[in-house]
Design a protein around this ligand. Sequence first.
Ligand SMILES: O=C(O)CCC(=O)C(=O)O
Length: 288
Amino acid sequence: MLRRVQASLPMAAGFEVSREKIESWNHEGYMVVRRLFHADEVAELSRHFDAIAASGTPIPRYWEPDLSPEAAGDPLKRYPRVMMPHRWDELSRRWLLDPRVHDVLVAILGEEPIATQSMFYFKPPGARGQAMHQDNFYLQVKPKTCVAAWTAIDPATPENGGLYVVPGTHRMDIVCPEKADEGDSFTTHFVRAPAGMKAVPTLLEPGDTLFFNGSLIHGSGPNRSKTMWRRSFICHYMPEGATNISKFYFPLFNFSGAEVQREASSGGGPCGDQFDTQKFTSDGSRWH
Ligand SMILES: O=C(O)CCC(=O)C(=O)O
C-alpha cells in the first residue's frame, strides 16, 4: 500500500527515442519501444499482481473479484482488471511515473506529460476482449488528446488476445461508438474502422511498451489460448499544456509525483450532451 506521496522522483532517465520511431508515431499514431522494462522488473510486477489475484481480497472500487461458483463461466469475473493501482500501490505508482516512460512521452509530445491512469489486466485464457475504441472518448483530454503506454507482461499475440491498432486513425475525430458484441467484448462500445483502413495486430514480448495516440482506434479480441494469460500494465497520460480532462481521472500527477490540477471536461462529447457518462462500461465502472 502507498504510505505517502513521493514528492520528488527522478523524472528523466536520459532514454533516447530514435527518429524512425518518432516518424512512425507521427505517421501511424503508435510506436513500440522494445524491452523498455527489464525482465527482472516485469517479473517483480507480475509476482506482485499474481499475489493480489491469488489473495482474492477485494480492493473496493478498484478490484472486486467474484469468487462465487456462478462466476465460473466468465474468467473476468474472477480476474477483473485492476483499476487505478497507482492510487494505493507504490510499485504501480513507480511504473506509472517511470523515468524511461517520461522520456519517451516527452519525445513524442514535445512537452512534459501528466499521469492520469493505471490499470493491470490479467486476461486469463477464455477471457473476452475489449472492442475497438478510442481512449480520448473516455478521458476527454482537451485540447489535444491523451496517450497510452501499454506494457506487455506476457507475450501478447492475436491468439491470447493481444492488442490490435488501426494505423492512421489518430487523425480521426473522436466518434460516438456503436454497440459492441458482448459475446467477444467485456465493454459495450465499438468504433468501426473507416472504409479502407484495417486493424493490424501488435506482437509484443514481456517488457515491450506500445505507445498510442488517444484518437487511435484499437482493441482486442478474446484470449483463445487454453493456457496463456495475457497480462498487461496500461497507463494513460495527457500533455502538460492540456487544460481539461474527465473528472474521473482526478487526482493527476506530474512525474515528480506531485499532484497537479486541471479543469473537468463536461458534456457527452460526440454522443451529445444527453449521453450518460456514468454508463461507460458494462461492469458499471466509470472508467473505460
Ligand atoms: O488490453 C486490452 O485488451 C485493451 C486495453 C485498451 O484498449 C485500453 O487500455 O485502452
